[in-house]
Design a protein around this ligand. Structure first.
Ligand SMILES: [Zn+2]
Length: 264
């Protein structure tokens, strides 16, 4: 049994195949797929997709790349929809939220400030509803850590983790798990592979970030959630463990950090 803790199955790259892709993943033992939202316009879409398959759940949030188009009122809508979704057993977290200081347009001073404002307000929503967060962290490890440390949501997942061992420990100390996926399958990704091998297994969850971050054997093609077991096998090899151990522990870790998840 496996959990894909981060997958954009509603992305346009999947066309009308989203439901079929979830079934394909299920056939490979992927019993749960977490679908993060990226903007108000797709809140209903991820919720409906999660409801229409038996192995998906969802998160609600405004992704940093969507912040330029977001209005302050979107935060009110988010808070309202989170309040309503607390009755939905398929709703598990606040996300995808975070800071992207890689894309040039997002690093201009005014946009940097707007990103930080949206990130902090969403961390407060997570804290108020006692929810974990799914974070997008790009060239912003220490700034994300600073705001999480100040506002303290109920843990979370640093998705597609790509920081230092010290930054990893910073997240772990705040009740976070670190998401590893396709990036770890490239032999040149020395730092990520070293961390995947050395971090406590209890701090690691698996993800695809499909349709993005394809593993080496799919690259440059479209990633999909049925790749999780093979990605997990890479982690097992890096750590000198059995695939069964990696599957069981990463599944347990995902359930611990996303306590609302119920694998059906
Ligand atoms: Zn994402």
């Amino acid at each position: 049994m496996w959990i894909d803790t981060h997958c954009h199955l509603d992305a346009h790259e999947f066309g009308n195949e989203s439901v079929a892709q979830a079934a394909l993943a299920k056939a490979q033992g992927v019993d749960m797929i977490v679908l993060p939202a990226v903007e108000v316009a797709n809140f209903a879409i991820v919720a409906q997709l999660a409801a229409s398959v038996d192995n998906a759940c969802y998160a609600l949030g405004i992704h940093p790349i969507y912040v330029p188009h977001a209005k302050e009122d979107d935060l009110r809508v988010l808070r309202e929809q989170v309040a309503a979704a607390m009755d939905d057993p398929r709703f598990v977290a606040l996300g995808e939220i975070g800071l992207d200081f890689f894309i040039p347009m997002l690093t201009e001073p005014a946009m940097r400030d707007k990103q930080v404002f949206f990130f902090r307000e969403q961390l407060k929503i997570a804290r108020d509803f006692n929810l974990p967060v799914l974070t997008h962290v790009r060239r912003s490890q220490d700034v994300v850590l600073k705001h999480v440390r100040q506002i303290r949501p109920n843990g979370g997942i640093a998705h597609a983790f790509n920081g230092s061992a010290q930054q990893a420990q910073g997240y772990i100390d705040l009740g976070f798990k670190l998401g590893f996926g396709g990036a770890m399958t490239f032999t040149r990704a020395l730092q990520i592979r070293r961390l995947a091998a050395d971090l406590p297994l209890e701090s690691i969850v698996l993800e695809t970030d499909a349709p993005d971050i394809a593993p080496s054997w799919v690259h440059p093609g479209r990633n999909s959630p049925d790749q999780v077991p093979r990605i997990g096998a890479v982690l097992a090899e890096l750590r000198g463990m059995t695939v069964e151990q990696v599957a069981a522990t990463t599944t347990e870790n995902a359930q611990n950090v996303l306590p609302r998840i119920s694998v059906r």
